[in-house]
Ligand binder design. Structure first.
Ligand code: ZN
Length: 336
């Protein structure tokens, strides 16, 4: 079967009833996978909108756990679908709902339940931010439609994608015989191209990195979704030019080193997030490349690459994550 079968036309959408019917025809495992995909997607979009409103600039695919480290107010906690409007599910104002969303206030611990059109009324989140969140939620709904419609149109998995290492989320989706989203396919293809690129490059520095070698392109990387890699690399030459003349420290200033390590110890993994926190809370230089990536990013990565207790790996095209090899007692063993 041609894997291209099942391509969607722009604007293909399902009505609520069509979506319900298609969902009901799925297995229990497929349904619960899609439910958790929706929850996680909304949680990410929600945190992303709030973080952007605070002036943080982070890649779209950053984990919600990491994003929420930057927020001290509302975080998305999930939703319930009653199947129909039911008195069991009520908005804060008492109105009966079918879909009830839940957010939790990080500092006060307060939880609020509401129908999505009362998000602003019951949380006090600014109207502009609410509009951005709703746009994000709509995009998540569209992803559900994309999967359901592809399933209906006989989508099948392109075996050439199998060669790349699969993130657990995608692997699970394939196991459950659920079609992949266009963005997931793009991600896998990009990963393959990057892997090939790495196989061709011999870098002595890679020898001490066990998980995902650090490539300079990753650090300054300005890559463009949808472009074949050679084009993206060529384009990144101009993108790599700093957008202003703020001096970029090559070595991470001593005053920023401890904050970086503290963020990692408290569970933040994303260097992009750590850079935002350093800029906003520790007076770090705020210069950015034209893609929005802080100029501090490569500096923080190089600092961490020099510390044997942290292991780095790439997150998508625009970020790196670091996790501790041994959580507590290894801080005295330097690389030497
Ligand atoms: Zn309400």
């Amino acid at each position: 079967m041609n894997w291209r079968q099942g391509r969607l036309e722009p604007g293909d959408r399902l009505s609520v009833q069509e979506r319900d019917e298609r969902l009901a025809a799925l297995t229990g495992d497929q349904q619960s996978y899609l439910q958790s995909m929706l929850t996680r997607g909304r949680r990410t979009r929600f945190a992303n909108s709030l973080a952007r409103a605070k002036g943080y600039q982070i890649p779209e695919d950053t984990d919600p756990e990491d994003l929420e480290q930057m927020l001290d107010e509302w975080v998305y906690a999930g939703f319930v679908d009653g199947g129909q409007v039911t008195p069991e599910l009520r908005c804060e104002c008492g109105r009966a709902l079918r879909y009830r969303h839940e957010v939790r206030h990080k500092t006060s611990g307060i939880t609020r339940y509401f129908g999505i059109d009362h998000l602003m009324e019951h949380t006090g989140i600014d109207a502009k931010v609410v509009a951005d969140i709703l746009k994000g939620f709509e995009a998540i709904d569209y992803e559900l439609d994309e999967i359901l419609l592809k399933l209906e149109k006989g989508w099948s998995f392109d075996p050439s994608l199998l060669s790349s290492p699969m993130p657990p989320e995608i692997e699970r989706q394939v196991q459950l015989e659920l079609p992949l989203l266009d963005r997931q396919i793009l991600f896998l293809r990009r990963q393959q191209v990057e892997q090939k690129k790495r196989d061709h490059k011999e870098r002595p520095v890679e020898e001490r990195m066990t998980n995902g070698p650090l490539v300079m392109d990753d650090l300054f990387g300005a890559t463009f979704p949808g472009l074949p890699q050679p084009l993206a690399s060529a384009a990144s030459v101009s993108e790599n030019e700093p957008s202003d003349s703020t001096p970029v420290p090559f070595d991470l200033p001593v005053t920023l080193q401890e904050p970086v390590l503290n963020y990692l110890r408290s569970g933040t993994k994303s260097v992009r997030i750590i850079c935002e926190l350093l800029i906003h809370h520790h007076g770090a230089p705020g210069g950015r490349f034209s893609t929005g990536k802080p100029k501090l990013f490569p500096t923080v990565c190089l600092f961490l690459e020099g510390r044997s207790e942290w292991t780095g790996s790439s997150i998508g095209q625009e970020d790196r994550s670091y996790t501790g090899k041994e959580k507590s007692d290894s801080f005295n063993h330097s690389l030497g």
